[in-house]
Ligand binder design. Structure first.
Ligand SMILES: [Zn+2]
Length: 332
């Protein structure tokens, strides 16, 4: 028989879904910043799944994806439990920015490291980013699986892509790979370098703590888009189905691209960015990706694909400086 389930200050009976909040950080005016929390305690047996979004404050698609996915879960038919933090950094959401900008402007040195996503497992006696990471990690480490949903920061747009921790992280990372296959986003990145597989990243540290987890990116920073919400919610439901937590057939894409590396392509002149290749396109070496024109209308750069690949991330800004990324290829 199922038992009551307690997460922080929230007691949830079998077959119940409850909302709550966890105080994390005390501000100068005495108010607390709290993590919003949804806990679903099923009636059947199954794993405990952690779902988190918006550790970067402009990544609102993930918040809506989790709301949509949870709305489809009947707690009386759920096997296992769900612990969901739809906004993992409320202070950054207030800024509608990747980072909690007000804190960063006020005390920039104290805010380093400034990105909570990179600060796991966190430190409850550390700075703002480390305190949030510690609060989130205290939830994750009690779960059997975890999923961390992102979008690029403002000005960038991803295909729905599951980005995996490296298998050298440990056996949980290998299980995370299976979880990504089951999720069926259609795009899987298994790289061995760069920020997504670095120590300190949420999913990497979760895997080290034996909680299979990966990063899921979808859509664009600062935008809420129905197509992304529907796709993301379907992917989360696929995870629940594959873990045996809810009934039903998974809805899978016709094709899944499995890639080994990202290749960011940068402007070598400043100007206005004229995209040509579209998000999701498969391109060949020397295919035209975009153009850069200067403020007088002269073409100053024609950006061609340096090798074969897939357009997995586009820049949606209208202008770029020299050195800024114009697009990203996923390499097969
Ligand atoms: Zn992010």
């Amino acid at each position: 028989m199922s038992k009551s389930f307690r997460v922080a200050n929230l007691e949830v009976g079998p077959g119940e879904k409850k909302r709550g909040s966890i105080p994390v950080l005390n501000l100068a005016d005495g108010s607390n910043v709290s993590l919003p929390l949804v806990v679903v305690n099923g009636t059947g047996t199954g794993p405990t799944l952690y779902l988190g979004a918006a550790i970067h404050g402009d990544e609102v698609n993930g918040i809506a994806i989790l709301a949509r996915a949870l709305a489809q879960v009947d707690p009386t038919k759920l096997g296992g439990r769900i612990v969901c933090v739809p906004v993992q950094h409320p202070l950054a959401l207030q800024s509608d920015h990747r980072l909690p900008v007000s804190q960063f402007l006020k005390s920039p040195l104290d805010q380093v490291p400034h990105d909570a996503w990179t600060c796991f497992p966190g430190d409850k006696n550390g700075n703002v980013a480390q305190i949030f990471a510690a609060a989130i990690f205290s939830l994750i480490r009690e779960c059997d699986y975890a999923l961390d949903i992102h979008t690029p920061t403002r000005g960038g747009r991803y295909v729905p892509i599951s980005i995996l921790p490296h298998t050298s992280t440990g056996p949980a990372a290998v299980r995370a790979h299976q979880m990504a296959e089951d999720m069926g986003s259609g795009w899987i990145m298994k790289g061995d370098k760069g920020m997504y597989v670095a120590d300190g990243i949420l999913c990497v540290e979760a895997c080290k703590a034996n909680v299979p987890c990966f990063t899921f990116e979808i859509g664009e920073g600062g935008r809420l888009e129905e197509e992304c919400v529907a796709t993301g919610a379907r992917c989360v439901s696929n995870v629940l189905k594959s873990l045996g937590m809810i009934d039903g057939e998974r809805e899978l894409p016709a094709k899944t691209y499995k890639m080994r590396d990202f290749l960011g392509i940068r402007a070598n002149h400043g100007g206005l960015l004229v995209p040509v290749a579209k998000l999701g396109d498969e391109v060949r070496t020397n295919d035209l990706l975009c153009r850069v024109i200067n403020v007088f209308g002269d073409e100053v750069q024609v950006v061609k694909a340096p090798q074969d690949g897939l357009i997995v991330r586009t820049t949606t800004m209208g202008s770029v400086s020299q050195g800024e990324r114009v697009t990203t290829l996923g390499l097969l």
